[in-house]
Design a protein around this ligand. Structure first.
Ligand code: CP
Length: 298
């Protein structure tokens, strides 16, 4: 394992190994696992709260350090520097690069120019593999992932967390229920790929028709920043919302996850129900990213 670019590059044994390692970091069972002489470069060319801060926290908790660029405007990309040159240069400063970029494929491209490991922290509508690991980690805290029913609700077209998670779940015999507003369905090539991997994928018109059959409901926001114009965003904005009323009759073990940030698709009143697990999920970003950083830099 060197670069972490796409869930497609990982087998189930790799995912299970990283999740087991994350558990060791969370429980303090890997006290000798340190990165004291290591430096991670966090290159975030799109906004982020959780991913950037949890990678920085993970480095600090491992005794390492991080340097960061937090926007395109704060970098020499505004002067016309290419991503390839930026990556070549930063490879000379740091022991690993964590990259968030608005263009799908940017992390793969970066890995071709880097001389240190690259971790994809989200590339446009492509992939977000470290998010998927913490999603799986959160599910595993409550139930085995194998054979469960997972609903993916929201913007499945542009939502990179949904793409990564669906591909990972296909390695666990999960039945996937997709629920998306018109025009924001899972891209056909990904649905085909999931089915070719043997996954049962069932498409639903609305969340009401399936919520009582789910073990996990994974809600995503509509990715407004990826829409070509504001009119097409407003056509689908506010088209779904999870409320306490919707949760009557759901399975006792239902877990509602969300990669966050949310933008109105989960009523804050749901936070007080036993099903809401999204803040715990965000917290799990630290041990999971400790495991990832340690793995690529040890
Ligand atoms: N889940 C996630 O990627 O959040 P941020 O955009 O805040 O990093």
């Amino acid at each position: 394992m060197y670069h972490i670019i796409s869930i497609r590059d990982l087998e189930r044994k790799d995912l299970d190994y990283l999740l087991d390692r994350a558990r060791e970091f969370e429980t303090g069972n890997c006290r000798s696992c340190r990165l004291e002489d290591k430096l991670a470069a966090l290159l975030f060319f799109e906004p982020s709260t959780r991913t950037r801060m949890s990678f920085a926290t993970a480095m600090a908790r491992l005794g390492g350090r991080s340097i960061s660029v937090d926007s395109v405007e704060a970098s020499s990309i505004v002067k016309g520097e290419t991503l390839a040159d930026t990556i070549r240069v930063v490879s000379g400063y740091a022991d690993a690069i964590v990259l968030r970029h608005p263009k799908e494929g940017a992390a793969r491209l970066a890995s071709e120019f880097a001389t240190v490991p690259v971790i994809n922290a989200g590339d446009g509508a492509g992939q977000h593999p470290s998010q998927t690991l913490l999603d799986l980690y959160t599910i595993r805290q409550s139930m085995p992932v194998d054979g469960i029913d997972v609903g993916l609700l929201g913007d499945l077209r542009y939502g990179r967390t949904a793409h990564s998670l669906a591909l990972a779940l296909s390695l666990y015999g999960v039945t996937l229920h997709t629920i998306a507003p018109g025009g924001l369905e899972m891209p056909a090539n990904i649905t085909l790929e999931l089915r070719e991997r043997g996954m049962e994928v069932i498409e639903h018109e609305n969340v009401e028709e399936v919520i009582r059959d789910l073990d996990v409901l994974y809600v995503t926001r509509i990715q407004r920043e990826r829409f070509p114009d504001s009119a097409s965003f407003y056509n689908v904005a506010s088209s779904y919302r999870i409320t306490p009323d919707l949760l009557s009759g759901v399975r006792d073990n239902l877990m509602i996850l969300h990669p966050l940030p949310r933008a109105g698709e989960i009523d804050p009143a749901v936070d007080n129900t036993p099903y809401a697990r999204y803040f715990e999920q965000a917290k799990n970003g630290v041990p999971v990213r400790m495991a990832l950083l340690h793995e690529v830099m040890k």
